[in-house]
Design a protein around this ligand. Sequence first.
Ligand SMILES: NC(=O)c1ccc[n+]([C@@H]2O[C@H](COP(=O)([O-])OP(=O)(O)OC[C@H]3O[C@@H](n4cnc5c(N)ncnc54)[C@H](OP(=O)(O)O)[C@@H]3O)[C@@H](O)[C@H]2O)c1
Length: 292
Amino acid sequence: MKAQLIDGKAVAAQIRAEVETAVAALASRGTPGLAVILVGEDPASEVYVRSKGRACEQVGIRSLTRKHPATISEAELLAEIDALNRDPLYHGILVQMPLPGHIDPQKVIEAVSPLKDVDCFHPFNVGRLVIGMSVFEPCTPAGIVELLTRYEIDPAGKHVVVLGRSNIVGKPMANLLVQKKAGANAVVTVAHSRAKDIAALTRQADILVAAIGQAEFVKGNMVKDGAVVIDVGINRVDDPTRERGYRLAGDVAFAEVAEKASFITPVPGGVGPMTIAMLLKNTVKAFELQMG
Ligand SMILES: NC(=O)c1ccc[n+]([C@@H]2O[C@H](COP(=O)([O-])OP(=O)(O)OC[C@H]3O[C@@H](n4cnc5c(N)ncnc54)[C@H](OP(=O)(O)O)[C@@H]3O)[C@@H](O)[C@H]2O)c1
């Protein structure tokens, strides 16, 4: 393999240790708290929520998980968010997506106080991010910036191609990297399912961020020699040789792309662990904001 592995697990562990130190240093002012709301019984969401709770406890952040059946009404859910907005014990609120079809996710996102919006999904925070005055930065894209920084990969002047334009990954990734500041200053292209020739775009990338949710979509011949490849995808691929019947694959065909790239993130162990680490960081930031 030619590429150097970007070890998200190790960097995330480092950030968690930094957060633990920050939490301990803040102890005389109180304890940062994160409330997580889970609706329904989606197994993947249950795993994510459990990991978030565990990660909080490990670094000394107070954690609350509120589980609701999929039948909860939108009004009940909004009332719960309203109560948490006013609860001084919890500085961050996260509503695990996806929500059942009868609940409007946008209403839920906008119900969370912007000061407690540690996911950075509220339009107030998204707007501030776009104009370069962010309060919070969304966890997954911010985790990617952190990985680049810690591996001394400076995006300044580089052509970054982001595959995917979701509000959670693609768009905020582009918005972070295009900012006029250290750790950004990139020239960014955002590609999506309507792009006419995806490979022609990806081959131009000095840094390629793949976030489309299509297992092993990015092949070796779609990547320029020496590119930095960041794989956000988490896809289940059937694998009868595994006890659980599937394996996790990214959006990048790892083995062949690793022969051309200069740096590459693995799946699992790349971007994934960074998301929770950045959530912990945002919770501490929310605490500091609310405590003045
Ligand atoms: N590591 C983490 O912590 C983390 C966090 C979030 C998400 N993820 C993973 O990242 C992936 C993307 O997540 P998401 O929430 O951004 O997904 P999403 O909301 O489904 O968005 C997918 C995006 O990819 C585009 N797309 C889909 N197929 C394409 C194709 N064949 N060619 C070009 N563009 C295509 C879509 O285009 P259109 O807009 O035109 O439909 C859309 O913009 C998923 O595998 C998800 O599990 C990982």
